[in-house]
Design a binder for this molecule. Structure first.
Ligand code: ADP
Length: 477
């Protein structure tokens, strides 16, 4: 088998490799991917540092063309890349293809943004003096990504970093190197100068750690667990480095008595269980008022019975496997914790087998949960959802906000008053009315509050906040 290598200073390198395994069929090796070392990482950082002066002053048309070509190629290859994504991560083929399309759109968006770079010219308070306010590239950006969106998250970090003139050392998650390799290959062929984008696949404790320790990395953008996020923060403070963290959630969806039942059930099923519940914006707490509680639970349970859990590549599969054995163990451990805490297992809870050996788990619904239980407070990151009763809207809102996280929050209601109040009073970065808590477009700001996020928003024009630094320049006329 060929080894998909790391890209360092414009050269494909690396002979140590690890297997990328398909979670829908653990007999299948998706490919062999390079396992980078701390030295590889240091070389990549040096290459990015050397490439920075020229790239940060490159023309906006050059950046536009490279980003546009990349978006176009990703779109042209959406079916092939969608299948690759489904094979390495386990989300269903339609979900995976949708994610590939989103990655393409992100590159198209930032191809446009490259042509719209602008500053401000304002008068000084002193006569005959002008002030220019411009945005400049930050420098070498370290990009550390998780396994749950193998192409969209790399795209929404790489595209703005390049658009604003930064150079990159990119470390994808160990479990899903294939899509990352594919987009780096596309960008490289699209004409990026050597060293502008360096790919170092490998372990977080080796490659990621070497990135954290380098004084030559000027910004780190990280999406992953809270524990690793805190390490990124501590190391970055040490180096006086800018950093941005996305670390998950425990997202509530409030369902009020006046909700349209179908809308509420569809939104809850989608955001609780699609992508196997492995989205940081997944709804994992359904907070349901008394008058609709039993009807909602019955309808959601009926819906869950219709969802097919199977091989991600099979037509008709609604929910693919859990990403790996370790995550499956986390999920089943939390199911046991939920039972022992006194929540009622209303549906699912079993690991199941299919024609191909994989990590298949039934969608799992707990009822009679309280917001103090561990299953309601800790992020599980699987298809495990709890229903919490609330007596009215005010109590539901209080429960929704009573969490260490603050990424996304939803409400199902036909009341304008409650929808409006919830949008204003939710302590989450993103709020959805009558929609799943997951599913934020590619051109709008993405990010949360409290324990979910740190630093400026990602995506859309707000991405400039992280990937640039502002300069204020005076001229005496
Ligand atoms: P998960 O538990 O979901 O895998 P992690 O936070 O461990 O979440 O992983 C997210 C990303 O962080 C991955 O790319 C991983 O390799 C990387 N990572 C893990 N440990 C470290 C570390 N010590 N320093 C830098 N990056 C790390």
């Amino acid at each position: 088998m060929t080894i998909y290598q790391n890209l360092i200073a414009g050269e494909w390198v690396g002979s140590n490799a690890t297997k990328n395994i398909n979670p829908s069929d653990t007999n299948e090796v998706v490919g062999l991917y390079a396992d980078g070392s701390a030295d590889d990482t240091r070389n990549a950082i040096a290459a990015a540092k050397a490439a920075f002066p020229a790239w940060s002053r490159s023309g906006i048309w050059e950046r536009h063309v490279i980003l546009k070509k990349t978006g176009d190629e990703i779109m042209a290859r959406k079916d092939e890349l969608g299948a690759l994504l489904a094979r390495e991560e386990g989300k269903t083929l339609p979900e995976a293809t949708g994610e590939v399309i989103r990655a393409s759109q992100i590159f198209e968006f930032f191809a446009g943004e490259a042509l719209r770079l602008a500053g401000e010219v304002i008068p000084s308070v002193r006569p005959n003096i002008g002030v220019e306010i411009t945005r400049e590239a930050l420098g070498v950006i370290g990009i550390i990504t998780p396994w749950n969106f193998p192409i969209a998250i790399p795209a929404w970090k790489i595209a703005p970093a390049l658009c604003y003139g930064n150079t990159i050392v990119f470390k994808p998650a160990e479990l899903v190197p294939a899509c990352s390799w594919a987009i780096v290959d596309i960008l490289n062929r699209a004409g990026l100068p050597k060293g502008v984008l360096n790919l170092v696949m490998g372990k977080g404790s080796v490659v990621g750690q070497a990135m954290l320790e380098s004084p030559d990395v000027h910004g780190i953008t990280f999406t992953g667990s809270t524990g690793t996020g805190r390490r990124v923060a501590a190391a970055s403070i040490e180096h006086n480095r800018k950093f941005q963290l996305e670390m998950g959630g425990k997202n509530p969806m409030v369902v009020l008595d006046d909700a349209d039942l179908n809308v509420a059930v569809e939104a809850a099923a989608n955001s609780g269980f699609f992508s196997t519940g492995q989205r940081c914006t997944a709804s994992s707490r359904l907070i349901v008022t008394e008058g609709i509680h039993d009807k909602f639970v019955a309808a959601l349970t009926d819906k869950l019975k219709t969802l097919v859990v199977d091989n991600a590549l099979k037509a008709g599969t609604h929910i693919g496997p859990v990403v790996d054995e370790r995550q499956l163990k986390t999920d089943t451990d939390y199911i046991e914790i939920g039972k022992s805490e006194g929540a009622k297992l209303a549906f699912g809870g079993e690991v199941i087998s299919r024609d191909t050996p994989g990590f298949y788990l039934q969608p799992t619904l707990f009822t009679e949960a309280t917001n103090q239980m561990r299953i309601s407070r800790e992020e599980i990151f699987g298809p495990v959802v709890s229903v919490i009763r609330a007596k009215d809207y005010d109590e539901a809102l209080a429960i929704a906000n009573d969490t260490p996280f603050g990424l996304s929050a939803g409400i199902a209601t036909t009341s304008l008053k409650h929808a409006t109040h919830f949008k204003r009073n939710s302590e989450a970065g993103m709020v959805m009315v009558n929609l799943p808590t997951a599913g934020v477009d590619f051109h709008v700001p993405f990010g949360g509050r409290k324990g979910s996020s740190y630093g400026p928003r990602e995506q859309g024009k707000y991405a400039a906040e992280f990937y640039t630094t502002v300069k204020t320049a005076y001229t005496l006329a």
